[in-house]
Ligand binder design. Structure first.
Ligand code: SF4
Ligand code: SF4
Length: 310
């Protein structure tokens, strides 16, 4: 008779997902891994406090026995902005769109698989990258990005705490991609020098992602021509051999007309956008607190596109 873990692993495979589970007793090791990432500057203080408070007070209405980690494909998005009478294609890296929707769907689906066995699943506040790497499901690249076999870094991670028993324990110390031992492609493609030669630890403060996710003005040392995505950065993922099987795959996220692009660049408040334009902004997941970033990041990308051949 198969266990509940074997059943959900098989069901995940049928959906094209990957699945691992670790015993809840591993939360002490997760705490140490989280603190290590905080000390390395890869996690901010608020995230650290959130994760630790969940570990100590998970607030489940059942006894937690396992943490289940799921991985599924999440492609980069392509969106086109008409500007100065020509289409400017713009990339949105994986998981900036559909992040919460995919996680909720994954946890709900998992809950549906577990319910007939009498077990429950609850979405936790835990660092999914760290969990995925420590469960053996993923590995870190030299660029501090998570890679899952067969999916590469175009991946959405989801996790659930459950009362499903977990007799196996795949916990491992965080590991790097084997490819990284003889590769420096991402270091050479990184425009900012965020990937050092002498250590396997990103210079997080130099990564474009940190700066274009933040509403503060860009530091002067960032050359505007380095920007390559509406938010985040694709340079080290696009060139990584760990993405050989998925490179070139994109999700079409639609197009903004010249008039709509103008409205965005003028900083038109969300509530004053025509309904159709607002829908497009919602589709690319910029219709929240991050709306201001859309105008700032789009302006710099469109300006850089003027120097490209038409
Ligand atoms: S480009 Fe090379 S070194 Fe960088 S993450 Fe990919 S495999 Fe590792
Ligand atoms: S995301 Fe961009 S800036 Fe950050 S390490 Fe990768 S290439 Fe460099």
């Amino acid at each position: 008779m198969s266990t509940a873990l074997e059943m959900i692993t098989a069901k995940a495979g049928e959906s094209g997902w990957k699945c691992r589970a670790v015993p809840w007793a591993r939360m002490e090791d997760l705490r140490a891994a989280i603190e290590g990432r905080f000390e390395a500057g890869l996690l901010d203080g608020k995230a650290l406090r959130d994760y630790l408070s969940f570990i100590y007070e998970p607030g489940c209405d059942f006894e937690p026995r396992s943490i289940i980690v799921l991985a599924m494909e999440a492609l980069p998005g392509h969106v086109v902005f008409e500007w100065k009478r020509r289409p400017v294609p713009v990339v949105i890296p994986p998981t900036y769109t559909g992040f919460v929707r995919r996680i909720l769907t994954a946890v709900e689906t998992l809950g549906g698989w577990l319910a007939p066995e009498g077990f429950r699943a609850k979405r936790p506040r835990l660092p999914m990258k760290t969990l995925a790497v420590c469960s053996g499901l993923a590995r870190y690249g030299r660029n501090n990005i998570c890679y899952v076999e067969g999916i590469g870094s175009f991946v959405q991670l989801a996790a659930a705490v459950s009362d499903m028993p977990c007799d196996s324990d795949p916990w491992v110390e965080p590991k790097a991609l084997e490819l990284c031992s003889s590769c420096s492609i991402c270091r050479r493609s990184c425009p900012t020098g965020a990937i050092p030669e002498d250590r396997f630890l990103l210079r997080a403060e130099k990564c474009l992602t940190l700066h274009n996710e933040d509403s503060a003005d860009f530091p002067e040392w960032i050359d505007p021509a380095w920007h390559n995505a509406l938010i985040g950065c694709m340079k080290c993922q696009d060139t990584c051999p760990g993405n050989a099987g998925v490179a070139g795959k994109y999700e079409d996220l639609g197009a903004f007309t010249e008039a709509e692009t103008g409205l965005l660049l003028e900083g038109t408040p969300l509530e004053k956008l025509p309904a159709g334009t607002l829908e497009k902004v919602e589709r690319i997941d910029f219709a929240g607190d991050n709306y201001g970033l859309l105008r700032r990041n789009l302006a710099v990308l469109l300006e850089a596109s003027r120097s490209l051949p038409g």
